[in-house]
Design a protein around this ligand. Structure first.
Ligand SMILES: NC(=O)c1ccc[n+]([C@@H]2O[C@H](COP(=O)([O-])OP(=O)(O)OC[C@H]3O[C@@H](n4cnc5c(N)ncnc54)[C@H](O)[C@@H]3O)[C@@H](O)[C@H]2O)c1
Length: 409
C-alpha cells in the first residue's frame, strides 16, 4: 500500500490534469488548486472529487496561505516555473515541477539551493525515466550486459508537423518565452544521458541551425496564411488546413474547447491565430536541428542529435562487451531494445512489464512517475540538475561557437 499524498496544484492545464487523474486513481488527494482560468478550475474540481479542494485564482494567493498539502505540483508554463517553484519551496512544500525547471542555469541552481535551505524535496517531471522502455535500457546497463559503457549516442526526432506546431508556430517558438529548444524539448534526453553515464558531465560542445523553417525555403508563391488560397495547400507538409483533418488532434494542445470546435470555428481560428501562419514565415528563433557532444567525468563520451525531420527517440550505447540499442515511438514501430554482443548475434531484450494504469502518455512515464512519487520523496533530492546543466551549456556553446567546460561550486 502506497503512502497517500495530498497535492496543491499550481496550473490546472493539460499536464496538471493528466498527473492529477493518475494521482486520484492511485488514492492520493487534491486539497488546493490554483489557476486564473475558471474552465481549468472547473475541470480540476471534477478530477479532485470529494472533498472539494480549496480554489485560488492565482498561485500567489495559494502560497500566501499556510501549507495546504504535502506536495505542490507546479504545472504552469515554462517562464513561470522558477517563480512558482521558489514560492512553493519557501512555503515548505515538497515540489513536483514540470520541465524545464527554469530559464537559466543560475535559476536551476537557485532552486536546488532553496530546496536544501528549506529542507524540501524538489523533483522534476522527467517522465521518460519511468517508462518501461528506458527502465529496460537502464537495467541492461546496470546488469553489465554490455560491459563497461564507453560511449552513448542518442537522437530525438521531434517530428516535422509537431516541430512546426510547437516550435515554429506555437508556444515554444521564441526562446525568451521558454528556454532554448535544446532544453525545452531535449532536457529529458540530456537527463537520460546523465542517468546512463552515471557521472557528472564536464564539457559540452554544440551546433544548432535553422535550415528549413525560414522564408527563403518557403514554396514559391506561398501566402502568409495557409487559408488565404495558398497554391501549396494540400501538398505542403505544414499546410495548416490539416488542423481540420489529419492533424486535428493538435488543436487539443492549444485550445481548451477543441472538442467543441466546428470546422467553421477552426477556419476562423486559422485566419487569426499563430497556428494559421505559413510555417516558413514565423520568425521563430528555435533551431530545426542541433547536435550536442558531451564528455563525462568517468570518461564516457556522448552525442545527442535533435532534429525536426524524424519522429521518436533512438539510443545506442557502446560497451566493452557489446552494443545496446533501442527505439521508442520511432518508425511507427513498437518500442524495441536489443543487445549485440561483440562475440556476435543479436539478443532481443523484452521490454519490462510495468503497470501503466491505463495511462499511455509518454510511453507509460506519466503513470510511472506518479506511481514512483512516494518512494522518490523518501529518497535524497533528485539529481535532476545535471541534465539542465548540459542543456544550458549546449545552448551557450551553439551561440558562442566554443566548447563550454562545466564547473561545479
Ligand atoms: N514532462 C513532459 O514531458 C511535458 C510534456 C508537455 C509539457 N510539459 C510542460 O508542462 C508545462 C505545462 O504545460 P501544459 O501543456 O499543461 O500547459 P497549459 O497551458 O495547458 O497549462 C498551464 C496552466 O497554468 C495556468 N496558469 C497561468 N498562470 C497561472 C498562475 N499565475 N497561477 C496558477 N496557474 C496559472 C494556465 O491558466 C493554464 O491552465 C509546460 O511548462 C510544458 O513545457 C512537460
Amino acid at each position: 500500500m502506497q503512502k497517500s499524498l495530498s497535492f496543491a496544484v499550481i496550473g490546472c492545464g493539460s499536464r496538471g490534469r493528466t498527473y492529477m487523474r493518475i494521482a486520484r486513481d492511485l488514492g492520493h488527494t487534491i486539497t488546493a488548486i490554483a489557476d486564473p482560468s475558471e474552465a481549468a478550475i472547473e475541470t480540476m474540481l471534477g478530477i479532485a472529487g470529494d472533498p472539494a479542494p480549496r480554489t485560488f485564482a492565482d498561485a500567489d494567493d495559494l502560497f500566501a496561505e499556510p501549507k495546504l498539502a504535502d506536495v505542490a505540483l507546479v504545472s504552469t508554463q515554462d517562464a513561470q516555473h522558477f517563480g512558482h517553484a521558489s514560492a512553493a519551496l519557501r512555503a515548505g512544500y515538497d515540489v513536483l515541477l514540470e520541465k524545464p525547471a527554469a530559464q537559466s542555469s543560475e535559476e536551476v541552481e537557485e532552486l536546488a539551493r532553496l530546496a536544501d535551505e528549506n529542507g524540501c524535496k524538489l523533483l522534476l517531471c522527467f517522465v521518460l525515466r519511468y517508462t518501461p522502455f528506458y527502465r529496460t535500457m537502464k537495467r541492461a546497463i546496470d546488469d553489465g550486459r554490455i560491459g563497461e559503457v564507453i560511449s552513448i549516442q542518442a537522437a530525438e526526432g521531434v517530428g516535422p508537423f509537431h516541430n512546426a506546431h510547437s516550435f515554429v508556430r506555437g508556444h515554444w517558438a521564441q526562446t525568451k518565452d521558454s528556454t532554448p529548444m535544446i532544453i525545452a524539448k531535449c532536457c529529458h534526453d540530456t537527463d537520460l544521458m546523465t542517468w546512463f553515464a552515471g557521472s557528472p558531465c564536464t564539457a559540452v560542445s554544440s551546433f544548432a541551425e535553422i535550415s528549413h523553417f525560414r522564408p527563403d525555403k518557403a514554396p514559391e508563391g506561398s501566402t502568409d496564411r495557409c487559408i488565404d488560397g495558398c497554391p501549396h495547400a494540400g501538398t505542403c507538409l505544414y499546410d495548416a488546413n490539416q488542423y481540420l483533418t489529419t492533424q486535428r488532434r493538435w488543436l487539443g494542445m492549444v485550445r481548451p474547447d477543441a472538442e467543441k470546435m466546428t470546422d467553421d470555428d477552426v477556419r476562423e481560428w486559422l485566419k487569426t491565430s499563430d497556428w494559421g501562419r505559413c510555417a516558413y514565415k514565423c520568425g521563430q528563433d528555435t533551431p530545426d536541428h542541433q547536435v550536442v557532444s558531451m564528455r563525462f567525468e568517468n570518461g564516457i563520451t556522448a552525442d545527442l542529435t535533435m532534429t525536426a525531420f524524424d519522429t521518436g527517440r533512438r539510443t545506442r550505447i557502446y560497451g566493452t562487451k557489446g552494443i545496446l540499442e533501442g527505439a521508442i515511438h520511432a518508425d511507427g514501430r513498437e518500442p524495441w531494445v536489443e543487445c549485440r554482443p561483440h562475440t556476435g548475434g543479436i539478443e532481443e531484450i523484452p521490454i519490462e512489464e510495468q503497470e501503466t494504469g491505463g495511462y499511455a502518455g509518454h510511453g507509460g512515464g506519466d503513470f510511472g512517475l506518479i506511481h514512483a512519487l512516494p518512494a522518490l520523496l523518501a529518497e535524497a533530492t533528485s539529481d535532476f540538475i545535471e541534465g539542465h546543466r548540459i542543456g544550458f551549456a549546449a545552448a551557450q556553446s551553439a551561440d558562442e561557437g566554443r566548447t563550454v567546460e562545466l564547473t561545479r561550486g
